[in-house]
Each structure stands twice: as structure tokens, then as C-alpha cells.
Design a protein around this ligand. Structure first.
Ligand code: FBP
Length: 548
């Protein structure tokens, strides 16, 4: 990174990331306290059978004390899945952690995701490389990827790499699918007596990797603050110009955590929550009618403008489309090649429809051609529909327009613009919160490695308090797992944490949404503040503050 390029970049490298009190004096002065044995979130018997060597281990907490076995460690780090602000700080935490145990410790960064681990493709991290990436956004230091680790061949290749380079631990920094990779690899190593720990760190802007031990994944704080700044700017433009409705799709995959958090930070007029749509079994037409009612009510008050937030995964939660997607996932396993080879969308639809129930086939037929094509696209390597490519915001604008046209009593104007905020937030410089949090997660992974724990994910808690009072430790990754259908098969995967409709964050939105829909109570949070008054710079997300 060139010194002359950006002052903020340079200034951020100097930001003194902070640690919880238990970790402050380095690995020589941390000991592990073991808690109760754990179990998986669901499907306990099946998960136990699939993870016999790593299942049920206790959650652990770190406390100050003289560590018994401190030795130089060689740790391999992998960045996996979508970018999230703070990734470089996890590596910095691992690096500083193992170096605090011994200056002979080494950190190897595997290139471009789990594929780099399989291929033995890595770079060694040095002081100077590390120092030019501290507190910076992006995953460009070593790159990322979405390779799924599942074949015997891949596992054997990992064993060879680990043995060849005498690696003591692999730390996989990723979301639900990547940490599933980590759990499966940990189990393989444990069963095959490979003396190398496999650990995870909870990363994802989506906010859906959490339980009582993981209060939030890193990246969510910065990404939501970045989107909230943009949404606030748009709201202010809307209320200034008074001529457009802005339909904004927000990244976040299945769960609506990002949409809900941005709504709480900005008070946009409409915010759809996919989990509510599913719980109320709403059809697409009902979702559209609800939006059109708000547009019409505002128009009746002379307000022909507004802001609507749409979660990226909405379409997957509309019950009829959810069933369609699940049938498509199973059917595509059999006719993927033929569907791919067909040039026209109508031919693709005709081919796949033969494998669908009459209901799903009818639902698919009614969707606009663009959405049909997007639903038939390749799944990602973990079997997920690529919802970021589905243009729900455009679909909703068209449908709301048609709904309003059909109303005799709607005399207003409806001019709508579409936006998609996703990639804009994934590589921002991490906020103070994410800088400290990601660094602490990495440091905790170093402690887990030093204590030969495997199949664990770093857990740093009490995040509503000052950093010093955060508690650090780890939980067995198997705690987060359940069985789900992927690529037409039942697989052990980490369960995505969805928005809880009885949680405090959703309740806060529910109590205020009618007011925010009609009255313009917009908040304009502005850009992320790195330096200045602590109540501004060190603020936490509304989701954490409200407690869900
Ligand atoms: P993960 O953190 O689970 O990898 O996903 C992050 C994410 O940004 C999702 O919100 C989004 O749907 C997806 O990645 C987009 O994937 P890609 O980067 O492959 O376009």
C-alpha cells in the first residue's frame, strides 16, 4: 500500500487495536477454563454420529494465569467466503498472539480460500506485510474463495500440506459454510490422528452466524454502518427532491439482519423482513399490496417519495417460492447440464418443469423471465441459491406499479429508482468495533491452538461493554450444526441464525414501523467515524444494543 495514496489508510494502520483483559499479556499469561459439555443446536444424534471425535467438547473461557506449555507454533490461516471488514485483523490477532508465545512462531497465509490449503499454496506473513494490512478492509492480503472441502482426496491433500510444513493449527476465517468446512476437516484430522488443530473464526457481514456464545460475526458492524450511511443519504435526497421512491435491496443472503439493522439506524419508510413474510405465510402479491398501501397512503398526504429496504433473500422466504427453490435444487441435480445447454429461458423452464410438482411449475411460469433465469442459475459450491444475483428490487417496483395502476382511488405519482447495496460495504475499513473484535477473535484462535484444542470456533463475548471487559474463549463448532438438504442430499451444516420475531430488535421495529412509514422520521447516521468522541466512534449496532 503506497504511503502517498490515502491518509486515512495510513492513519488506520496505526490504530492501536485493543484486546480483552484476559488476553492483554500474551499467550504466556492465559489459561483455559473448561465449561460444561455441549451439544448441537438440533439433530443431536445424527451430528454426534457424524462427528464422533469432536462432538460434545466443553465450551472454554480464557482467564489470566501462567500457561504451562508455551511453544513456537506454525499456524496456517485461510480467508473463506465473502469479504467482511476485519479479515486482516483476524490474521493480525493470530500473528501477534503466536509471536507473543515465541518469536520463532510462523503464520502461513493460504491463498484464495480453502483451495489454497488443498493445493499447498501459501505466503509466509512477515512483520512488514502484517503491518501494512492492519485495520484495513478487504481480503486482498491472501485472497478468499468458496471451495467446499468434502472429498477424501481434498482431505488427504490437506494432511500432506500440514505434515510437509509442520503446521500446528489451521484457522479458517469464514461464515456458516466455511466453518462447516473447518468442523469437517477437524473431525477428519482427529479421526486420522493428524496432530494439527482446525479452528474457526466467525466472519460474515450477513450477521447470521451467532448463538449465545457468538453474539455477532465480525464485519456486520462495519457493513451495516456503511449501508446505513448510504441509505441515510438517499433518504435525505428523497425528502429534498420529493419526486422518487427508492427501492433498495440490501445484501445479507437468507437472513434479514442487515435490513433490520439498517432500518433501525435510518427509519426508512418500508422495511421488509423475510422471516416475518415466511411466518405470516405471505404470498408475493400480499407483500406487494402491503408496499403499495404505504405508497398510496403517503401519496394521499402529498408525499410522492420514500425509501423501501428489501432484504436480498426475500424471495427465498415467500412460501410458494421457497417450495419452488427447494424442488429446483433437487431437480437441477438431475438435469443441470441440459438446463445449462438450453439457450432460451422458456426452454430451460420447460425442461425443469417436468421435474416439478404442478404447484411449483405454475409458480415458476408466473414469474417474469429475468427472475426465472436467475432462479435457474448455478448454485454456489455449498448449494446456496445466489440471491445477490436476483433482482428482487426491480421485480417489486414493477409489481407495485401494476398494483397502483389497478386502484381506482390512486391518483398520485409513483416514480421509483432501484439500488443494490452489497459489495459497497464488504471491504470498507473496519470500524473501531470490528478492528478490535476481529483482532480479539484471531488472538483467541492463537490461544485455542496453543492449548491443542480442535474443532473450536473463537468466541468473544460481552460485546456491549468496553473492550477490556469482553470475555474471550471458544466453543465447539459442532454446537452450531444441524442437518440440512444441500444439492439434493442431507448434510451436516451450521444452522443460519435468522431474525427472531420475538427478539428486541424486531420488536423495536414493529412498534415504530407505522410511524416511520408515514411520518418522515429519517435518521442520517453519516459515514463511519473512526476518530472523535467515543460515544460516536465506539458505538455498537442497534442489534447488539437491543440484545438480539
Ligand atoms: P458469506 O459471508 O456467507 O460468505 O456471504 C457474504 C455475502 O456477501 C452474501 O451476503 C452474499 O449473498 C454473497 O456473499 C455474495 O457472494 P459473491 O461474493 O460470491 O457474489
Amino acid at each position: 500500500m503506497s504511503k502517498s495514496r490515502s491518509n486515512l489508510c495510513n492513519a488506520r494502520m496505526e490504530y492501536p487495536h485493543r484486546l480483552p483483559i484476559a488476553l492483554k499479556d500474551g499467550l504466556k499469561n492465559v489459561v483455559v477454563q473448561k465449561g460444561e459439555a455441549t451439544q448441537s443446536i438440533a439433530d443431536q444424534e445424527k451430528i454426534k454420529a457424524l462427528f464422533p471425535a469432536t462432538y460434545g467438547a466443553p465450551a472454554v473461557t480464557f482467564v489470566k494465569g501462567e500457561a504451562a506449555d508455551v511453544r513456537p507454533l506454525t499456524i496456517g490461516v485461510v480467508l473463506s467466503g465473502g469479504q467482511a471488514p476485519g479479515g486482516h485483523n483476524v490474521i493480525a490477532g493470530v500473528y501477534d498472539g503466536v509471536k507473543s508465545a515465541s518469536s520463532e512462531s510462523r503464520v502461513l497465509g493460504f491463498l484464495n480460500g480453502p483451495g489454497g490449503l488443498v493445493d499447498g499454496d501459501f505466503m509466509e506473513i512477515s512483520d512488514s506485510i502484517m503491518d501494512t494490512h492492519r485495520n484495513s478492509g478487504g481480503f486482498d492480503l491472501i485472497g478468499s474463495g468458496r471451495t467446499k472441502l468434502e472429498s477424501e482426496e481434498q482431505f488427504k491433500a490437506c494432511v500432506d500440506v500440514v505434515n510437509k510444513h509442520k503446521i500446528d493449527a489451521i484457522v479458517i476465517i469464514g461464515g456458516d459454510d466455511s466453518n462447516t468446512n473447518a468442523a469437517v476437516l477437524a473431525e477428519y484430522f482427529a479421526v486420522n490422528k493428524v496432530a494439527c488443530s482446525v479452528l474457526g473464526c466467525p466472519k460474515t457481514i450477513d450477521g447470521d452466524l451467532k448463538n449465545q456464545y457468538i453474539e455477532t460475526p465480525f464485519g456486520f458492524d462495519t457493513a451495516t454502518k456503511t449501508y446505513a450511511a448510504l441509505v441515510g443519504n438517499i433518504a435525505r435526497d428523497a425528502i429534498s427532491a420529493k419526486k422518487y421512491w427508492h427501492f433498495i435491496k440490501l445484501m445479507g443472503r437468507s437472513a434479514s439482519h442487515i435490513g433490520l439493522e439498517v432500518e433501525l439506524q435510518t427509519h426508512a419508510n418500508i422495511c421488509l423482513i423475510s422471516e416475518e413474510v415466511e411466518a405470516k405465510k405471505m404470498t408475493l402479491q400480499e407483500v406487494v399490496k402491503g408496499m403499495a398501501d404505504i405508497v398510496a397512503a403517503r401519496a394521499a398526504n402529498g408525499k410522492t417519495f420514500g425509501v423501501a429496504l428489501i432484504p436480498e433473500g426475500l424471495i427465498e422466504f415467500i412460501p410458494e417460492i421457497k417450495s419452488l427453490i427447494s424442488e429446483l435444487n433437487d431437480a437441477l441435480v438431475h438435469v443441470e447440464k441440459e438446463v445449462e445447454a438450453a439457450v432460451k429461458v422458456e426452454d430451460k423452464v420447460a425442461l425443469i418443469s417436468k421435474h416439478l410438482t404442478p404447484n411449483s411449475s405454475a409458480v415458476l411460469a408466473k414469474l417474469p423471465e429475468g427472475i426465472q433465469a436467475q432462479l435457474l442459475l448455478d448454485r454456489d459450491p455449498h448449494g446456496n441459491v445466489q440471491v445477490s444475483l436476483i433482482e428482487t428490487e426491480k421485480l417489486l417496483i414493477e409489481m407495485v406499479k401494476n398494483d397502483l395502476k389497478s386502484r381506482d382511488d390512486f391518483k398520485g405519482k409513483f416514480k421509483a429508482l432501484n439500488h443494490f447495496f452489497g459489495y459497497e460495504g464488504r471491504c470498507a475499513h473496519p470500524s473501531n468495533f470490528d478492528s478490535n473484535y476481529a483482532y480479539s477473535l484471531g488472538y483467541s484462535a492463537a490461544v485455542l491452538a496453543q492449548n491443542n484444542l480442535t474443532g473450536y470456533i473463537s468466541s468473544v463475548r460481552n460485546l456491549v461493554d468496553d473492550v477490556e471487559n469482553w470475555t474471550a474463549g471458544g466453543i465447539p463448532t459442532s454446537m452450531l450444526m444441524n442437518i440440512e438438504r444441500r444439492h439434493g442430499q442431507d448434510k451436516p451444516v451450521i444452522q443460519k441464525a435468522l431474525v427472531e420475531l420475538d427478539g428486541a430488535a424486531f420488536k423495536e421495529f414493529e412498534q415504530n414501523r407505522d410511524d416511520w412509514a408515514i411520518n418522515d422520521d429519517y435518521f442520517y447516521p453519516g459515514a463511519i467515524q473512526y476518530y472523535g468522541p467515543t460515544e460516536v466512534c465506539d458505538s455498537i449496532t442497534e442489534t447488539l444494543r437491543l440484545g438480539s
